[in-house]
Design a binder for this molecule. Sequence first.
Ligand SMILES: Cc1cc2nc3c(=O)[nH]c(=O)nc-3n(C[C@H](O)[C@H](O)[C@H](O)COP(=O)(O)O)c2cc1C
Length: 220
Amino acid sequence: MVKTVRVAEGFPMSEPKSLPQRMIVGLSGASGVIYGMRALEALRDLGVESHVVASKAAEMTLGYEMGLKAADIKARADHTYAFPDIGAPIASGSFQTLGMLIAPCSVRTMSEIATGVTSSLLTRAADVVLKERRRLVLMVRETPFHLGHLRTMTQLTEMGAIIMPPLPAFYAKPETLDDMVDQSVGRALDLFGLDWTPTRRWGEDLKEGKRPGAARKGKN
Ligand SMILES: Cc1cc2nc3c(=O)[nH]c(=O)nc-3n(C[C@H](O)[C@H](O)[C@H](O)COP(=O)(O)O)c2cc1C
């Protein structure tokens, strides 16, 4: 018998236009906490309300990789919640959002979401997003992967999540680390239908891929 699975493509999402312009952002303890921090700045540029939860390990990498503290997350977010606060609005499906971006997403956080054993607000919020058939994008960061990681990613894809490791797009001709980060953040936001200006687009911004008459409109 042929096994059928439901994958993210054609996944029955709620109509984004009918939802409030609010997004949940989760920061977990994988390397690359800068992706989450930059995503918060991008959402502010775009006028999208951010609801943020960070793990204890994310606070550790924030200090180690960026020299920042939890207060710096608060300064970039519209609402922040404590990691164990499973009574927060984002723990309920009745609180409408465009979905959730986890940037970066650790193997531990990814694995918790896949099993449904959600021991914190971070993974509970992700579980809620999945059950409500909203968009869940995981910027999973680990290398190399073992078979268990790969199977977990398959399972999450079958459940409707989008696995999006933050891999650099060299065709976008990044000149700085910030350019690389912005391109990955921009491409993640694309998955929520959000067009953030720094995102460089083949056929539009990039000379080599430029098509006649393909100018970008509506810069934010
Ligand atoms: C500097 C540093 C870098 C890390 N990088 C990664 C990583 O890239 N991927 C990963 O899955 N875990 C990484 N870890 C380990 C996680 O932080 C650890 O598994 C933690 O328990 C994750 O918890 P969380 O998912 O609740 O944030 C890193 C830890 C540190 C201190």
